[in-house]
Design a protein around this ligand. Structure first.
Ligand code: SF4
Length: 341
């Protein structure tokens, strides 16, 4: 088991969703970053990670770690002193790859500081940054061997608040590494397909790999990494957990694919309302349908449905028409109706 801020990770604890902040710690006002984290949390993000690159990152990191509504993690590469600074500045967890930190004593310094401060450590290995493989070894085998060796170091220093990630951009390698590791260790795993591509490509690859692993009980925390926005990553991760029955809270959006009958721009309407809907603390289904021919019937099971017809939108409550509104007023009318209830 690992403890990251107020979150427990490991067998029997809920699987969590995380993302990585998409700009540097010094790029914007720390107060703005804290508000953006709150927005991500409303969408289902449980943990946020920042690249901690230079000493200049310490001040904003300290502020964010203190004011964020969710645990804040520092991502460290190469310079162990940045890990020490992050730990002193309130990191709930630091992510390191002992293989790129350099001498073993540097990793030991980080582990000892984490022990003193109650900070968790993720041993984060990617297929692209591994120690040399032994003869005949596959990439997943090399990843698992390296992770187990680092874990031995950690336990010899009396440290067990650890999470491990073994990522590859190849879905098969990601699954093989996670399964092999799970067969040898109970240490919680952060799972994800790295460099997974655009939102559509990543959603498919990540759902395949992470969905299989999670359904086998492997994985304590996930990141759906994508060449997209943080919000998209969180929505994809949250939805994956919901589909697998591992998370129940939140709004479920259904929408029609559109066909030749469509008389309402469901694509732009959904883009406009999606994040706002998914941030509501309600357990409801909302349907967005492109016409009045099949829309109302197909959306009968939804708590709320918006069915469009040219410049008009028809609002349904559990299959019953409650309002007819102008298309441009549909967003506000929908939220008013949901929130008034
Ligand atoms: S709801 Fe209407 S527009 Fe959408 S797919 Fe069905 S028939 Fe086509």
């Amino acid at each position: 088991m690992a403890r990251v801020g107020n979150i427990n990770m490991g067998k029997g604890f809920p699987v969590t969703v995380q993302t990585m902040y998409d700009s540097s710690l010094t790029a914007s006002d720390p107060g703005e970053i804290v508000s953006r984290i709150s927005g991500l949390n409303a969408l289902g993000c449980d943990i946020i990670r920042f690249s901690f690159i230079t000493e200049d990152d310490q001040k904003p990191f300290e502020y964010i770690a203190k004011h964020s509504v969710i645990p804040v993690v520092a991502d460290i590469h190469f310079d162990y002193r940045m890990a020490l600074l992050a730990i002193e500045s309130g990191a709930a967890k630091v992510r390191i790859n002992p293989g790129n930190i350099g001498a073993k004593w540097k990793t030991e310094e980080v582990v000892k500081a984490a022990l003193d401060h109650g900070t968790a450590i993720r041993i984060g290995l990617n297929s692209g940054s591994l120690p040399p493989s032994e003869k005949g070894e596959t990439v997943p085998e090399t990843m698992v061997r390296a992770a187990l060796e680092y874990l031995d170091w950690f336990s010899s220093w009396g440290f067990s608040n650890t999470v491990v990630s073994l990522k590859s951009s190849d879905t098969d390698e990601t699954m093989q590494a996670a399964r092999l590791f799970a067969s040898k260790s109970d240490v919680p795993q952060h799972i994800g397909v790295t460099e997974a591509g655009s939102p559509v490509l990543s959603a498919v690859r990540s759902t395949w790999a992470l969905g299989n692993l999670l359904s086998e009980g492997i994985g304590s925390t996930i990141r759906v990494s994508m060449t997209g926005t943080m919000e998209e990553e969180v929505i994809a991760g949250n939805e994956l957990l919901r589909v697998l029955g591992l998370r129940r809270r939140g709004v479920r959006i259904v929408s029609c694919p559109r066909c030749g009958r469509h008389a309402f721009d469901t694509i732009s309407f959904e883009q406009k309302v999606q994040n706002r809907l998914l941030s509501l603390d309600k357990d409801i289904t909302v349907a967005i349908m492109g016409c009045l021919v099949n829309g109302p019937g197909e959306a009968k099971g939804a708590d709320w449905a918006v069915c469009g017809m040219k410049d008009k939108v028809y609002l349904y409550r559990k299959g019953t028409l409650v309002r007819q509104i102008k298309a441009e007023e549909a967003e506000e009318a929908l939220f008013e109706a949901i929130l008034d209830e």
